[in-house]
Write a new protein. Structure first.
Length: 167
C-alpha cells in the first residue's frame, strides 16, 4: 500500500532535483492564497453578476496572480507581469464572445492596476533590500547632495552669528 506512495515521492524528488524546482513555502504560499481567494470569491459572488466590489475583486485577483506566477515559476518580473496582464486581457476578450457575459474596459483597467501595484511593490521591496545589503540608502548620490546642502546653511548661519556677536 505504501510502496506506490514512496515511489511517487521519490519520483517527485528526482524531478525537483533534475529541474531545479524550488517547492519551498515562499514559492508555494502565494499560489495557495490565490486558489483560496478564488474559491471563496467564487462562493460569495455569482459570476457574471455585477456587484459593488467587482473592480476590487479584479484588482486583488490579478495582483495575487502576478505574485503567484512570479514566485512559483521564479521568472523575471516583466515576464510574470506580462503573463498576468495577458491573461487579464484575454479573459475580458473571451467574455465578449460568451453569452451572458460582458466585455468591460473597467475590468481590464482593474486587472492591469492589480498587476501594476504588485510589480511596484516588488520593485520597491527589491530597492529596499539592495539598500539594506549595501548598508546605505536607496539613492546614495542624492542623499549626499541633500546632506551637503543642509550643512551649508548651518555653516553660513554660524559664520553670521559669530560676526554679529563680535560687533
Amino acid at each position: 500500500m505504501l510502496r506506490p506512495l514512496v515511489r511517487l515521492a521519490e519520483l517527485v524528488r528526482t524531478l525537483v532535483r533534475q529541474h531545479y524546482l524550488d517547492l519551498s513555502a515562499a514559492r508555494v504560499w502565494p499560489l495557495c492564497v490565490l486558489v483560496a481567494y478564488g474559491i471563496v470569491a467564487g462562493f460569495i459572488y455569482n459570476p457574471g453578476m455585477d456587484h459593488p466590489w467587482d473592480k476590487l475583486q479584479h484588482l486583488v485577483f490579478f495582483g495575487l496572480l502576478t505574485l503567484s506566477i512570479h514566485a512559483f515559476f521564479c521568472c523575471r518580473l516583466r515576464i510574470s507581469a506580462g503573463i498576468a496582464a495577458g491573461l487579464g486581457l484575454t479573459a475580458e476578450l473571451v467574455q465578449a464572445l460568451v453569452p451572458n457575459r460582458e466585455f468591460s474596459l473597467g475590468d481590464i483597467a482593474a486587472n492591469m492596476l492589480g498587476v501594476t501595484l504588485v510589480v511596484a511593490a516588488i520593485l520597491l521591496l527589491r530597492l529596499e533590500v539592495r539598500a539594506a545589503l549595501a548598508g546605505g540608502s536607496p539613492v546614495p548620490d542624492r542623499d549626499e547632495d541633500i546632506d551637503a546642502a543642509q550643512a551649508q546653511p548651518a555653516a553660513s548661519l554660524s559664520a553670521r552669528g559669530s560676526r554679529s556677536s563680535s560687533s
